[in-house]
Write a protein that binds this ligand. Structure first.
Ligand code: GDD
Ligand code: MN
Length: 368
């Protein structure tokens, strides 16, 4: 039998922990291939959570307790991961809230997906069959749904619908490769960082629907403002899509700047100045995208490969010029020349940016 360790981070969960542990171990009888252990990572809860766990431990050999300082949810999970791999011979670790928001009945389903080949199973709230509490206040629903949408689009991984879920099962190899990279994320943003790193390591992600229930006892420890700010910072600094947009803006500035100098100061032919400035922007875009935006998919250092990819990159760029030129004529014809700048912004934002982003990912910087 392989061991699955269910990590329960706790801070003041004395009213929930006993029921939850009991319900988790009840799942054992549904499992043939997996032996369940529970690791409570308690951050010195003043309400006596650890004492309760110690009491149950006497009669439950598969229950473990790790007592830590209070340093945030992310830190608690990192300590739990490390302990599960080094002391509890975990093949799979679970993340799970200890306030009964996550239903232990789902545990066998997570392991079923692992058995079928998944590396990382997410309990997802926004797919058919999943849900968030109906009685949540409107602003809470909005934050939850929109927060996830921003991460989803920012990280350009639309196939994952629930980035912030705290109910997950993760294979050992993913945990051991990623844990060393997570030390900077001590708060709730840890969940987003963990999933992002797993995706970059090519872990096979599968979502199963879960219902998230509101806790009945105790209070949430989430600091919403800090959570939102940290998550936005994460997405803005890590997202290859946002980097790609920044690279595009730099390219546009170069293009205009060089044209200006060559046309106004050097008095070069218009066509030649345009050719030089546009091509400079294309080269800059190509290099910055390769070494920054898509650095995790960077091309191999082989000259012939660069030549052929750069040729394709130029063709895509010519395509985006054609879309812009054609599009602006089209809108001009329909609504008049006066609003040309509005058409240009619209075409860039909704056609050219997605068009090149998709083609870059499909043709130039492919998944390895
Ligand atoms: N050890 C430890 N240390 N545990 C903590 C800490 C900490 O600093 N902070 C929170 N926890 C524990 C709580 O005791 C609970 O078991 C679990 O982590 C989740 O914390 P809650 O305070 O109940 O979070 P929530 O319900 O508001 O947040 C939910 O949504 C987040 C975003 O969608 C959870 O599902 C999170 O896992 C999820 O990331
Ligand atoms: Mn909770």
């Amino acid at each position: 039998m392989k061991t699955a360790v269910i990590i329960l981070p706790t801070y003041n969960e004395s009213k929930n922990i006993e029921t939850l542990i009991e319900q988790i171990f009840l799942q054992q009888k549904k499992l043939k291939l997996w032996s369940l252990s529970v690791l409570v990572v308690d951050s010195s809860s003043p309400d006596g959570t650890a004492q309760i766990v110690k009491k149950i431990k006497n009669s439950q050999p598969k229950l473990h307790l790790l007592e830590t300082k209070k340093e945030g949810l992310g830190k608690a999970y990192i300590q739990g991961f490390t302990h599960s791999l080094s002391h509890l011979s975990a093949e799979v670790v679970f993340e799970m809230d200890a306030d009964l928001s996550h239903d232990p009945d789902k545990i066998p389903e997570f392991l079923g997906e692992i058995d079928k080949g998944a590396d990382f199973v997410i309990g997802a709230r926004y797919i058919p069959g999943g849900s968030i509490p109906k009685d949540w206040a409107f602003h809470r629903k909005l934050f939850s749904v929109f927060g996830n949408l921003i991460v989803r689009v920012g990280m350009m991984k639309l196939s994952v619908t629930d980035w912030t879920s705290g109910f997950r099962a993760i294979k050992k190899w993913v945990v051991s490769e990623i844990t060393p990279e997570l030390h900077n994320y001590s708060g709730y943003v840890f969940q987003v960082a963990l999933l992002d790193k797993a995706l970059k390591k090519k872990a096979k992600i599968v979502e199963i629907p879960i219902h998230f229930s509101d806790r009945k006892y105790g209070v949430s420890k989430i600091n919403s403002v800090q959570y939102i700010v940290q998550t936005l910072i994460y997405v803005f600094t890590k997202s290859s899509f946002i980097r790609y947009v920044i690279v595009g803006l730099v390219g546009a500035v170069l293009d205009f700047g060089i044209s200006y100098v060559l046309i106004e100061k050097v008095n070069l032919y218009l066509w030649l100045a345009t050719l030089i400035s546009a091509e400079t922007a294309i080269i800059s875009n190509f290099l910055f995208n390769n070494f920054w935006s898509f650095s995790h998919k960077k091309l191999e250092t082989k000259f012939s490969l660069y030549v052929s990819k750069f040729a394709k990159f130029n063709i895509i760029s010519v395509g985006s010029l054609a879309i812009q030129a054609g599009g602006i004529e089209f809108f001009g014809y329909l609504f008049g020349r006066k609003y040309w700048y509005f058409y240009k912004i619209f075409i860039l934002a909704f056609i050219v940016i997605p068009y090149s982003y998709i083609l870059y990912n499909k043709i130039i910087w492919k998944e390895k």
